[in-house]
Design a protein around this ligand. Sequence first.
Ligand SMILES: *[C@@H]1O[C@H](CO)[C@@H](O)[C@H](O)[C@H]1NC(C)=O
Ligand SMILES: *[C@@H]1O[C@H](CO)[C@@H](O)[C@H](O)[C@H]1NC(C)=O
Ligand SMILES: *[C@@H]1O[C@H](CO)[C@@H](O)[C@H](O)[C@H]1NC(C)=O
Ligand SMILES: *[C@@H]1O[C@H](CO)[C@@H](O)[C@H](O)[C@H]1NC(C)=O
Ligand SMILES: *[C@@H]1O[C@H](CO)[C@@H](O)[C@H](O)[C@H]1NC(C)=O
Ligand SMILES: *[C@@H]1O[C@H](CO)[C@@H](O)[C@H](O)[C@H]1NC(C)=O
Length: 479
Amino acid sequence: MAGPATQEHLKTQQKCIAIFALVCCFAVLVALFFSSVDIWGDSEDGITEENCSRNCRIVLVENIPEDLFPADAKTNMPLSAGFHTLLDLAKYSIEVVSPVWNLNSCDTDTKPGSAKQGQLLFQRLIGLKSRGVKLKIASSLTNSVELKTLVEHGAEVSFVNMTAFTRGGLNSSFWIVDRKHMYIGTGDMNWRSFSKRKEMGLVLYNCSCLALDLHRVFSFYWQLHERDYIPTIWSRRVSALYKIDEPLELQVNETEATTFVSTSPELFCAKDRTKDVDAIYQVIHSAKSFIFISVTDYLPLVNRKLRGGADTRYWSPIDEVIREAVMLRGVKVRMLITHWKKTHPLTFNFVSSLKSLCLELHNCSLEVRFFSQKEKKGDFQDLLNHNKYMVTDNALYIGNHNWVGSDFAINAGVGLVIMMQNNLKNRGRTIIGQVRAAFDRDWRSRYAKSHQGSNHQNSKYRECNSKTKERENDSISSL
Ligand SMILES: *[C@@H]1O[C@H](CO)[C@@H](O)[C@H](O)[C@H]1NC(C)=O
Ligand SMILES: *[C@@H]1O[C@H](CO)[C@@H](O)[C@H](O)[C@H]1NC(C)=O
Ligand SMILES: *[C@@H]1O[C@H](CO)[C@@H](O)[C@H](O)[C@H]1NC(C)=O
Ligand SMILES: *[C@@H]1O[C@H](CO)[C@@H](O)[C@H](O)[C@H]1NC(C)=O
Ligand SMILES: *[C@@H]1O[C@H](CO)[C@@H](O)[C@H](O)[C@H]1NC(C)=O
Ligand SMILES: *[C@@H]1O[C@H](CO)[C@@H](O)[C@H](O)[C@H]1NC(C)=O
């Protein structure tokens, strides 16, 4: 009945509707794409890879529990002082990742004043908003009172549901200030890190190239907020700027160095990001004369919790490369492991196995000592040596994980590698020399006890050893 004109009109209308629908579909797709990918990432405040600063200052920060060493052994900047310098410098933003938020403790059975540093730091973090400094925190904690308080005082918190990804924890521990200065180390937002626990970290000032890259790790966590999957396509703003085979070249206190940031678990390695384990592997592999390792726990096992129980496997990458360095390259290895309540009994077996490699071999030296503080009673976290680093003749690695397979497999952490030419002239004055001196101090201290049997390599330190003989036997019988 309709005339040709009306039919024509209808057709055009249909066409319009079809085109409109197509456009809508397209728009929805684009919106979906961008929302899941976050292509724009986070703003990087105008500092780019081209004009970032490579002329950095580095400071070794440590927390040494009060009565652990004589005063003359405490030559490095205290950890709390390091955080205060960063807070002083902050103009725009502080980004923090910490496995624990427990600064504001009122622990009653500890010495009065031991929790003071933590409380002070917490007050300063609360006060950031009034200075116009933005505080951003990424955390996997679901019920933290302190995080709630910080949010009430203007902090932004991104919740990373580690349960959904690996059933581990967001155990990374670092700070980024104004994308310019940074901290990385074992000391975290726990009052114990400023009193009872032995911690080590690095603070880098005026180091925007490296801070920018670490910020990308932070951005990665930030974008996992409330997600339960890892997107397959990622924003360019979270991929790594520097990696194991293309490290950042910079100057730390006027010394040429190369450096990169590594992460774990593998699932959390964005494009180009080096895995922690590969970083450790490379540092051990490129050592020429010595490797000194200080970790709380050493255990080459991965323990996966499965529905029908647990599945434990031998996890070889680090164990393997240590064996190679010791036996085939004649590199001298020292391992300082903490002996504490939670030391896994198999640690001693793995360590004995490593030590036995050198039987009857010349040019082979692998020594292990256990850092323990048995005579102290109370909280097992007291005076715990919480260090997690390795220093060699030409490099330094400082990370957030113990050298335990499961930690690398399920917990999120970051590591920093700094490599330097082994320059005799500068030795001792570089950061590598300083970390080595800290290791030597711990190694020779009365808390470092060699475990089980005789150790032929120890003649130089026999004096310390004879003093600790009874304690050694103690620790063997306690197994
Ligand atoms: C670095 O370069 C970017 C873009 O080229 C520019 O916007 C920014 O102001 C520069 N920053 C500095 C500190 O020079
Ligand atoms: C985290 O993810 C798990 C598994 O997807 C889920 O069951 C849980 O509710 C999530 N937790 C929170 C606090 O969102
Ligand atoms: C790391 O995360 C795991 C899992 O949440 C937790 O059991 C462990 O205590 C954490 N480690 C540290 C150093 O906080
Ligand atoms: C960082 O660089 C600025 C400008 O070059 C300088 O004034 C400042 O003292 C440096 N900060 C540190 C901690 O070295
Ligand atoms: C063994 O040690 C000696 C003396 O330290 C050294 O000259 C030699 O090169 C070493 N051999 C190997 C295979 O490392
Ligand atoms: C680097 O320089 C800073 C400031 O001048 C100093 O405090 C620090 O001890 C130096 N670090 C090293 C490893 O020499």
